[in-house]
Design a protein around this ligand. Structure first.
Ligand SMILES: C[S@@+](CC[C@H](N)C(=O)[O-])C[C@H]1O[C@@H](n2cnc3c(N)ncnc32)[C@H](O)[C@@H]1O
Length: 355
């Protein structure tokens, strides 16, 4: 069987009712919650040599979307870097900052560029392309940040799409409520993608440079089926089945639709970093997520996944699907929230010399 197509969940651009820019407060709260850890990362873990090694400090945000959260995250990093610089007596000339905003080429970069903060103290560059491949020159970056993006696969595991495979994911769109074979296929894809993501970043980041990842995750020891993020995917899947049962779409379309994201535990993340070997783990923390209301979850998912769902199932189902999703979230709020297992994983890695 051929490889599956690359996954690209392009968010809804612009500034309309369903746009990411108007419906990404959920991810914004995750970035806000990580602010103290970003400050700590730069104050305590960034070697002063890295700040003084070049006239230009190069920083990248991978999976930046169309704003505005990326501007907040970047500003937090720049503020912490400037603070660190002021505390370093040895450095006479502050570096200038260059910020690379990366996302898929299909991202609304026009919206991103036209809404760049006027008062920014950095030079902005757009970098189109998948971060699962090389997108920067060798050893060119000092700090890489990525929030709520590295949990997205490069491609779907092909077994889950294969009717003849025991891992065929019939009637479901994700792994947490599925068979052991499907769970295994997702776990394997996560390990493969994350290892290759780290290997690729290791080529692009200077020795001593930092990689800060914020991803939705699940606490150690929590089964996949009990994680908040997995449960919301499960409810969305059941709504697609309902829409199919109403005759609005064919059941086979549901069978062939799978969401290529994985929500790792700190232990899984640690294991893959150690196996890959090019980074040391400087900080790894679970950051509790503030409880989001059903309306917010529904509009966040529509802004993030609406385009992909439209492409697969057609535009006609979008209103019906997301109304149903919102109602089911309300009706099943104890299922969604009671486990209390809603976290972001904050991981700070340092590029170490390996040879
Ligand atoms: C949920 S949004 C998060 C955006 C932003 N970082 C934030 O916190 O608001 C995920 C973003 O990651 C991007 N993304 C996912 N996989 C990607 C890949 N392989 N390469 C580049 N961008 C990717 C998506 O296109 C989307 O814009």
């Amino acid at each position: 069987m051929e490889e599956t197509e690359a996954v690209a969940y392009t968010i809804t651009g612009g500034s309309g009712q369903y746009s990411y820019s108007k419906n990404s407060n959920f991810q914004r709260k995750a970035a806000d919650a990580a602010k103290e850890l970003i400050n700590k990362s730069i104050a305590e873990k960034l070697d002063a040599d890295i700040l003084s090694s070049s006239n230009t400090f190069r920083l990248a945000d991978l999976g930046c979307a169309a704003g505005p959260n990326t501007f907040v995250a970047v500003q937090n990093i720049i503020d912490a870097l400037e603070q660190k610089f002021q505390n370093q007596e040895k450095i006479s000339h502050p570096p200038e900052f260059q910020v690379f905003f990366n996302d898929h080429a299909s991202n609304d970069f026009n919206h991103l560029f036209t809404t760049l903060p006027q008062e920014r103290r950095y030079f902005a560059v757009g970098v189109p392309g998948s971060f699962h491949g090389r997108i920067f020159p060798r050893a060119s970056l000092h700090f890489v940040h990525s929030s709520y993006a590295a949990n997205v696969f490069s491609r779907l595991p092909k077994e889950v799409m294969d009717r003849k495979s025991p891992a065929w994911n019939k009637g479901r769109i994700h792994y947490s409520n599925s068979t052991d074979e499907v769970v295994k296929a997702y776990e394997t894809q996560y390990a493969k993608d994350m290892e290759s993501f780290l290997k690729t970043r290791a080529e692009e980041i200077v020795h001593g440079g930092l990689l800060a990842l914020i991803v939705p995750g699940r606490p150690n020891g929590t089964p996949h089926s009990e994680a908040f993020v997995n449960r919301t995917c499960e409810v969305l899947g059941s709504c697609l089945v309902d829409v199919a049962n109403k005759g609005m779409i064919n059941n086979e379309l549901v069978d062939s639709f799978n969401v290529g994201t994985y929500f790792a535990s700190p232990q899984e993340m640690e294991a893959v970093v150690k196996r890959q070997g090019c980074f040391s783990i400087e900080i790894i923390e679970s950051v509790p997520l503030e409880r989001a209301r059903p309306k917010e979850i529904s509009s966040t998912l529509r802004a993030g996944m609406g385009g992909t769902i439209k492409e697969h199932f057609g535009e006609e189902i979008l209103d019906e699907l997301f109304d149903l999703f919102y109602k089911k979230l309300e009706e099943n709020s104890s299922f969604i929230y009671d486990s209390g297992n809603a976290i972001s994983l904050f991981v700070l890695l340092k590029r170490v010399a390996t040879e």
